[in-house]
Ligand binder design. Structure first.
Ligand SMILES: [Zn+2]
Ligand SMILES: [Zn+2]
Length: 288
């Protein structure tokens, strides 16, 4: 099935008029969005001056990423992006630029393998008939901004943290709904047990469209923050946090127990010393 085509994702080539068009359309987009590491079928084609598909047309395909998207306010030459392969390629083939040829039906079929980083990307096709690019994104469209100021003080990011290159704390607090509810009720339960405490400090959850939450200049675009790639985890400040007023710091082990009562996985919820880390999913259940 090539439903991507009906969305306009498949890279289309049009005759003549596009020769003067910019190689990349100037509109990064988060729609359509494909999950990290997912594989989706695409196709590219050439159209002649009469609007007809051109069989056996040579097409040059290439992929790339927009910079500074999905709160990755950092870039370098190692920024990864989606790759593609042709039917018949050996398993694991990961192309970022290659020539192909449309078949007798006029289509060049290929598979796009999503990158691991949530971000805006593009794919382009070039031929003698012109150049066209399609914008898309990699990430998750089921994570939502999760903030309840009456019970949470936002910390982290460039506000109180060491600035991981992902902007203010407004960008680090996206979660899937069920995990967000878990964190909310765990907070309510903890607060109920601690008279005088009415707010806790929440730090990293996930980036706006999830995907790799890289931290540290030596681990750009990679781990170690894999627990925060899927919008199922949150960090809550404990003793010695340095970013959270003492009166709002939790007893980490106690808060983790509240998370677990609200569905967090014991095996994936940790006492990190200066914060409680709760995760409602195992990283083995999502690419990282
Ligand atoms: Zn980043
Ligand atoms: Zn964490």
């Amino acid at each position: 099935m090539f439903n991507r085509l009906s969305l306009g994702v498949a890279a289309a080539l049009c005759a003549v008029i596009l020769l003067s068009a910019p190689v990349r359309s100037n509109a990064q987009s988060y729609s359509p969005i494909f999950a990290p590491q997912s594989t989706t079928p695409w196709r590219a084609w050439c159209v002649d001056g009469y609007g007809h598909l051109v069989p056996y047309c040579y097409i040059y395909l290439f992929t790339g990423a927009w910079t500074y998207t999905n709160a990755h306010f950092h870039t370098d030459s190692s920024q990864p992006y989606s790759t593609f392969s042709f039917p018949g390629d050996p398993p694991g083939t990961a192309r970022t630029a290659a020539w192909g040829q449309s078949g007798p039906d006029g289509y060049l079929y290929f598979y796009m393998k999503g990158s691991i980083v949530g971000q805006a990307e593009f794919a382009c096709s070039q031929s003698g008939y012109g150049t066209t690019c399609s914008n898309f994104a990699v990430g998750y469209n089921d994570v939502y901004y999760n903030d309840h100021p009456e019970i949470w003080i936002r910390i982290g990011g460039s506000d109180t943290g060491g600035d991981t290159g992902h902007g203010t704390t407004a960008y680090n607090r996206y979660m899937r709904t069920y995990a967000a509810y878990g964190l909310y009720y765990a907070t309510q339960a903890y607060v109920a047990d601690h008279p005088g405490v009415n707010q806790l400090c929440t730090n990293d959850m996930a980036l706006p469209f999830g995907g790799k939450f890289d931290i540290g200049s030596s681990t750009r675009w990679r781990s170690p923050h894999v627990e925060h790639d899927r919008g199922t985890a949150a960090d809550v400040a404990g003793p010695g946090s340095g970013q959270c007023p003492v009166a709002h710091q939790v007893v980490a082990s106690e808060f983790i127990q509240q998370c677990i009562r609200q569905g967090a996985l014991a095996a994936n919820s940790y006492n990190e010393g200066n914060h409680a880390h709760c995760n409602w999913a195992s990283p083995s259940s999502y690419p990282h």
